[in-house]
Ligand binder design. Structure first.
Ligand SMILES: [Zn+2]
Length: 289
């Protein structure tokens, strides 16, 4: 299937010290991690979003209580001019034009702008949605915030039950299992467990080149080359299941080795965004200034 194009967007940043997580690329002190998302321009289904970064509901939530602590610890900065809805408008896409919004997982830096899209059908893994339905303490631990979701969220939600995921074929085979969203291979949702319960990625093409959006399956592309374990702190705070996380990373390495021309794009990898911007300057949605 050809004809899809991908644009990478950024709506907000967090600022943390990569040494705390034992990440391979370390600067001096706090480093900016983009809250990345992607727009897939589909010839039949129109604009499709994969996550949407922070947005107004996240900004409002982070003004009070424990959400404010989250904001401080992660050094979150997400001005309104960077909201996904604002950036899409610059591209001539109105919020109501977005018909599909695929949710990788429910962390606030991925779903903080959902409310801006009144006509989108939401797609998520059933296990990820289960996390949102648990008690307050479990939700706090899983870092999922109910107030970010629109009132009619459930009515617009299409859940992917675990048995919908079947073995992938072709170039995606090393990735394990997934769901072909439109039954034509143009958008395939890939099971990427580990970081969060029921995390999914999205495989598509940009002008014929394979693109694999992996959300938080890793944070820095260099992790694919450095099979070094993350710090205890990162495993405790940013990991649903470390065994699954390692297995997912190993499948991504196999895919990368078999498909060296494919782009594997993690939501928070500044280096990948830099490379992409250099190669495709017309396929990036960023707030100017
Ligand atoms: Zn996350």
């Amino acid at each position: 299937m050809t004809g899809t194009r991908v644009m990478l967007g950024v709506s907000g940043h967090s600022h943390v010290d990569p040494r705390l997580a034992a990440l391979p690329e370390r600067g001096e002190g706090r480093t900016a991690f983009p809250a990345g998302w992607a727009l897939i321009e589909h010839p039949i289904h129109g604009p499709i979003l994969f996550d949407c970064g922070y947005g107004e509901p996240a900004r409002t939530a982070m003004r009070r209580g424990l959400r404010r602590v989250y904001r401080g610890v992660l050094g979150v900065c997400c001005p309104a001019e960077g909201d996904a809805s604002t950036l899409l408008a610059q591209r001539g896409i109105a919020p109501g034009d977005v018909r599909w919004l695929v949710i990788s997982h429910f962390h606030p830096d991925h779903v903080g702008g959902l409310r801006a899209f009144p006509s989108a059908r939401f797609v998520a893994h059933a296990d990820a949605w289960k996390t949102m339905q648990r008690g307050a303490l479990a939700r706090l631990h899983a870092q999922v915030w109910r107030e970010l979701l629109p009132e009619d969220f459930v009515a617009r939600l299409m859940l992917l039950a675990p048995d919908r995921f079947t073995a992938l074929g072709g170039d995606l085979a090393p990735l394990g299992s997934g769901v072909d969203l439109f039954d034509d291979g143009s958008v395939v949702l890939v099971d990427l467990p580990g970081h969060a319960h029921g995390q999914i990625g999205l495989a598509t093409h940009h002008d014929g080149t394979r693109i694999l959006l992996v959300a938080d399956a890793f944070w820095q592309h260099a992790q694919l080359d450095t099979p070094q374990p993350l710090s205890w702190l990162a495993r405790r705070l940013a990991m649903h299941a470390s065994g699954d996380y390692a297995a997912t990373l190993s499948r991504l390495r196999q895919f990368r080795d078999a498909q060296p021309d494919a782009w594997i794009i993690a939501s928070h990898c500044a280096r990948t965004l830099e490379r992409w911007t250099h190669r495709h300057p017309d396929a990036v949605l960023l707030a100017s200034g």
